[in-house]
Design a binder for this molecule. Structure first.
Ligand code: SF4
Ligand code: SF4
Ligand code: FES
Length: 903
């Protein structure tokens, strides 16, 4: 390791970094703007100037930009040098000339990198006395405010949006001395990651519009470590609450998972927590009446029903925590516990879990995905089913062209030089999908086909990689050429990655993806296999196990009591089947946070905490168990409580012999004893008894204000803060001052670092793991038992054949709309499409319909009238309908349907 001397102190540093990264890794305060740990250096802002000296005798030195200077052994720099300090102060003075200095009314204030750097640099007096440049701002849609007057022209936004995230509708526009960052005209930013601009922009140009609707100063937020609930990837988040309302979500850095970025569904879907559809009070229904009751009365009624029942069943949920599912299983007994996925979804998810467990390909983390240099996506519309994966794949598409950097001696952090060298080149990137996808611009080749043909193409690739895998007969010449070139690219890559998932709802597609990964492994390539699963805790629910939902829906089952946990069964199965189950049971108990069609049928409704009002564990798509913690303190006037706690109380009331579960720890430990595969989940975070410096970790920053006045309308004496028996975190600003273990970090803050960039102070090195290791514990380990077997076992499906007068209807997914919970957030709902049926233009012509015309679609024996949307990407004989949207019932897809122009 080279020795870097900073202000006469020697340090061992990593060789492949620049001096700014080295200094920040050593926790020096060195200001910067245009450099970003994920975006690299462009040397645009000149804010990171340091003095570099030739050797010990050199007293004059020269000013260099730390972000543009590679570290070398014996290199000597000074941050404290007077010239360097003056230079940095003069740079910021220039940047601030046109800045409106509107910190008191700026949404960024108190959490602003520009404020921090201004203070760090020592610029404290404004000499500029002339009119400031002003701009017209744009309406950029429901997620982001735009206030261009605050811009300091660091170019981070446009680099992130266009170069890192692949967006095209945002740019920098220049006229004389005017530099404008925005769209050509007002309009919703199209990229799925646009919301990251609120963190990427070092000042208040882009701020969170959803927060503005219920604004609070950032230092007044109560925060806790949390995990996104809107897809299976388990991105780490930091939600913030005030006055009993969830106010926003920001990224929580996890070096192995989401790194610095979230998708907009994850960032802006949080407002379902504040929805008017929230169930706030327990309800008792019967004889046509409905009564809001107290917790105790509801619990008494539920306990009575359970005690009286002779045949109770529980239906769990892949959107509920492990603990809640386990508690329901304990209440009804393992034999009466049903997984809350429909049988088809459970079978697909189970298949993916089996494949990952069997190996030989391992499941990479999101950050590892960025290191793969050849990608084959088999049937998954990633940006709509597992959005954050799309951002990682975009980075991996540059891996192979970046290999030329070595010969050119360009370090990876030299972003501008890297992009000059790479230009628009992409490594091998193949996409086989039923429809156009948002990653098609990266693709070496795109193959659009029905699921069966996607599987056949993938199996042909497997055969061309490993001749011992069965050959696919009858492939068209074009498809075979594509399969060969894909196979060659994957087999010659250093690290090939296969991506698939449940998006197509087709087991053949999943098996074929596994076959390609298996073939690569069998021939010695260290292939990765990444599956996108449907929901935030699908894997956890599978590991917990349970009976198929179909058994519960079977007309012969006839339970007398059905307990449904955080699950709208009408989204899982046909209305007729769910109606029959709920009608046949004498009583139905539903625990949920939002009113749903299922909760409307319940005799007892128990208001459940959302992720923001609960603690628990979820297992993401790669099998990583991650803990989330309560953000909102239990509301003294609300009857909401965590699902697992309702169920623990129900269990205590009806299972007199069992040990009582007093806290989340008790449930977790009991779960580990009952289900050994889940035992390691207890290590996902310290237990509630953990103390740091003898104290709890505060959820509120030291600058938190108003805690007495907030409740003065109730009591002028400051009430005792709520005690948290489930976590080693407190609902106060007092407590441990040292950095907590990574799983317990409620917010990133360090003296002088008030913006999200304070994360630098928590990492072992810039962009590396958090101190003490990234949070989470992996529960799935490929055992390699099936090495080489995958390709031989996969069945080759028959080729897709177009049927006259019928179309194969496939599911289409939408980043905004397909997820149940985020759809209840107004900003997300604004961008969700209305239900439709999609066909390509030729098929529409053949049917005599045009865009917007009503079409009768027959699915599951029901005729639905849907407007046509032309989707040029759909193949012949294939139609698509969006899944998960409000107003779209559960449907068995893919399925053949007659489509008829509505008379
Ligand atoms: S809008 Fe923000 S990120 Fe973009 S150039 Fe201006 S200050 Fe930098
Ligand atoms: S990718 Fe998934 S887990 Fe990550 S922020 Fe988006 S919705 Fe949440
Ligand atoms: S951070 Fe180094 S020049 Fe901008």
């Amino acid at each position: 390791m080279p020795t870097l001397v900073v202000d006469n102190h020697p340090f061992q540093v990593r060789a492949d970094q620049n001096a700014l990264e080295a200094c920040l890794s050593l926790k020096f305060d060195l200001p910067y703007f245009c450099w970003h740990p994920a975006l690299g250096s462009v040397g645009a802002c000149r804010q990171c100037a340091v003095k570099q000296f030739k050797d010990e005798k050199d007293t004059k030195g020269k000013l260099v930009m730390a972000c543009m200077t590679a570290v070398s052994d014996g290199m000597r720099i000074s941050i404290a040098d007077a010239d360097a300090r003056r230079f940095r102060a003069s740079v910021i003075e220039g940047l601030m000339e046109n800045h409106p200095h509107d910190c008191p009314v700026c949404d960024e204030g108190g959490e602003c990198h520009l404020q921090d750097m201004t203070v760090m640099t020592g610029h404290d007096y404004r000499r500029y006395r002339f009119p400031k440049r002003t701009f017209r701002n744009q309406d950029l849609g429901p997620f982001l405010n735009h206030e261009m007057n605050r811009c300091i022209q660091c170019y981070r936004c446009v680099r992130f949006y266009r170069e890192y995230a692949g967006g095209t509708d945002f740019n920098v526009f220049k006229l004389r001395d005017i530099t404008y960052f925005g769209r050509q005209q007002d309009g919703v930013l199209e990229n799925e990651f646009a919301g990251n601009l609120v963190e990427v922009c070092p000042t208040g140009v882009f701020t969170d519009k959803t927060l503005k609707r219920h604004y609070t100063r950032k230092w007044d937020l109560t925060m806790a470590p949390s995990v996104c609930v809107h897809c299976s990837l388990g991105c780490n988040t930091t939600p913030g609450a005030r006055y009993g309302k969830l106010r926003r979500i920001v990224n929580r850095y996890n070096g192995a998972v989401n790194g610095y970025f979230l998708c907009d569904r994850g960032r802006y879907g949080y407002e379902f927590v504040n929805s008017a559809r929230r169930i706030a009070r327990p309800l008792l229904r019967g004889d046509g009446s409905e009564r809001a009751v107290s917790r105790d009365e509801a619990l008494e009624r539920a306990s009575h029903l359970l005690a009286e029942s002779r045949n109770a069943i529980g239906i769990g949920s892949p959107r509920a925590s492990l603990e809640a599912n386990f508690a329901l299983r304990a209440v009804v007994g393992a034999d009466h516990f049903h997984m809350g996925m429909n049988d088809a979804d459970a079978a697909l998810a189970g298949l993916m879990l089996d494949v990952l467990r069997a190996g030989p390909a391992s499941s990479p983390s999101l950050r590892e995905v960025e290191q793969f240099d050849a990608v084959f996506i088999v049937g998954e519309d990633v940006l709509n089913t597992a959005p954050r994966l799309g951002l990682s794949l975009r980075q991996s598409s540059r891996r192979q062209p970046m290999q030329r950097l070595k010969a050119l001696k360009i370090p990876l952090w030299q972003d501008h030089a890297v992009r000059e060298a790479v230009q628009a080149d992409h490594g091998p990137f193949f996409i086989a999908a039923t429809n156009a996808t948002g990653l098609d611009d990266l693709a070496t080749s795109v193959y659009r086909a029905a699921p069966a043909d996607i599987a056949r193409l993938a199996l042909a690739v497997a055969h061309h990689v490993d001749a011992s895998a069965a050959a696919v007969d009858g492939l068209s010449g074009d498809a075979d050429t594509l399969a060969r070139s894909c196979a060659t690219a994957l087999a010659t890559a250093e690290r090939p990655l296969i991506v698939s998932g449940a998006g197509c709802r087709d087991a053949g597609v999943i098996r074929a993806a596994a076959a390609v990964a298996g073939a690569l492994c069998a021939t010695g390539r260290p292939a990765g296999l990444f599956f996108a699963l449907p929901e935030c805790n699908t894997v956890g629910t599978l590991l917990l196990g349970g009976r198929p939902l179909g058994e519960a829906l079977d007309a012969t089952a006839r339970p007398d009591l059905v307990i449904v946990l955080e699950n709208d069964l009408y989204r899982r199965a046909s209305a007729a089947n769910v109606d029959a189950l709920l009608a046949s049971a004498a009583h139905v108990i539903v625990l949920d946070s939002l009113e749903t069609a299922t909760s409307a049928r319940a005799h007892v409704v128990l208001p459940a905490g959302t992720f923001a009002e609960s603690d628990g564990t979820m297992v993401n798509n790669e099998g990583r168990a991650q803990r989330f913690f309560q953000v909102l303190p239990p509301q003294t006037r609300s009857e909401i409580q965590e699902s697992w706690r309702w169920l623990a109380l129900l269990r205590a009331a009806t299972h007199r012999n069992g040990d009582a579960w007093e806290s989340l720890d008790d449930v977790l430990l009991a779960m580990g004893r009952a289900i050994p595969a889940l035992a390691p989940a207890v290590q996902a975070a310290p237990l509630s008894t953990y103390r740091l410096e003898g104290a709890r970790v505060p959820r509120e920053p030291q600058r938190y204000s108003g805690r007495t006045s907030m409740l003065a309308n109730i009591d002028v004496s400051e009430p005792r803060p709520p005690e948290d028996v489930d976590a080693p975190l407190s609902f106060t600003m007092e407590g441990a001052t040292r950095q907590p273990p990574s799983a317990l970090i409620p917010f990133f803050w360090s003296p002088g670092w008030n913006s999200i960039q304070a994360v630098n102070q928590y990492q072992t090195e810039i962009a590396a793991a958090l101190e003490g290791g990234d949070p989470g514990v992996t529960l799935i380990h490929a055992n390699g038992s099936a090495a080489g077997e995958g390709p031989r076992r996969a069945e080759i499906p028959a080729a897709f054949a177009v049927r006259p007068g019928e179309w194969l209807v496939v599911p289409l997914h939408h980043v905004f709309g397909s997820d149940e919970l985020s759809h209840a957030a107004p900003a997300v709902a604004e961008l969700a499409p209305a239900p439709y049926v999609a066909l390509n233009a030729q098929e529409a012509n053949s049917l005599g319909v045009r865009d917007g015309d009503a079409i009768d679609v027959t699915l599951d024996g029901t005729v639905r009238q849907l407007p046509l949307r032309i989707a040029p990407g759909l193949p012949a004989g294939v139609a698509g309908v969006p899944v998960g949207l409000a107003g779209m019932p559960a449907m068995t897809l893919p399925a053949w349907s007659r489509l008829v122009k509505h008379a």
